[in-house]
Design a protein around this ligand. Sequence first.
Ligand code: PMT
Length: 224
Amino acid sequence: ARSRDFDGVRVVVSAGGTREPLDPVRFLGNRSSGRQGIALAEAARDRGADVTLVAANLDVQPPQGMRVVPASTASELREIMHAESRDAGVVIMAAAVADYRPDTVSEGKIKKEDRGDTLQLTLVRNPDILRGLVEARANNQIIVGFAAETERNPDAFLDLGRAKVRRKGSDLLVLNRVGWTEGFATSGNEVVVLDTRGDIVGEASGSKRDVADRILDAIIRRQR
Ligand code: PMT
C-alpha cells in the first residue's frame, strides 16, 4: 500500500522551461523537458495531495489526476505561481526560468536582409520568481527551490547550492548538476537537498520519480 502522507495538502509544482519571445516566430529558451517537475507532481498526487502543475512548454504529456495551468514566459509563470500559491501548503519551483529576456519583442519577423552579418540582442533581467514567492509566503507554507549548476568540483558545487539557498530564502533547495548530458531531458537525476541554512537534509539518485519521492520525504520531515 502506498503512503498517503500528503492527504489533503495542496501542492503547486512548476515544470518545464520558460520561453522568451524575440519576434512572432522565435524565442530564447532552455532544454528543460519538464520531466523532474512532472515526476514531483505525480509523486505528490499518488501520496494524496491536491496537485496543480504549472506547465511551461513541456516536452511530454502532462499527467492525469491534477489541474494543469499553462505558462510560457517567466512573467506569465510569475503571475500564475503567485495566484496558485496563495492557498497552497507546498510550493515547488522545478521549472527552469530565464534569468534574462529580450528588452524588446519585434512586432514583425527579424529579417537578416535588414540586419547584416551580426545581430546584437539586448537582454534585461527577469524578476526572481522564487524569491518573490518566499517574500509573499503564507504561514506554514513550505517553499522548495531547485539549483541547476554545471560546476564539476564537488565542494564548489555544494557551495553554489548553499549560497543560492541563502540568497533565495526557500525552506529547501534541491541541488542538481546539469550539462550537455546531465539533468535536463534525461530520465534519471542525482540531487542533494539542502535546508535554508545550507545543511544537507537529503540525497537521492535514480529515476526522476524516485528522486521526486525522496524530495517529498524531505518536505514531510521538514513539516513536523
Ligand atoms: O525538466 P527536466 O528535463 O526534467 O530537467 C530538470 C531540471 C534540471 C530543469 C530541474 O531539475 C531543475 O534544476 N530546475 C531548476 C532550473 C533552474 O532554473 O535553476 P536555477 O539554478 O537557474 O534557478 C534556481 C531556482 O530559482 C529554481 O527553483 C528556479 O525555478 C528559480 N528561478 C530562477 C530564475 C528566476 N528568474 N526565477 C526563479 O524563480
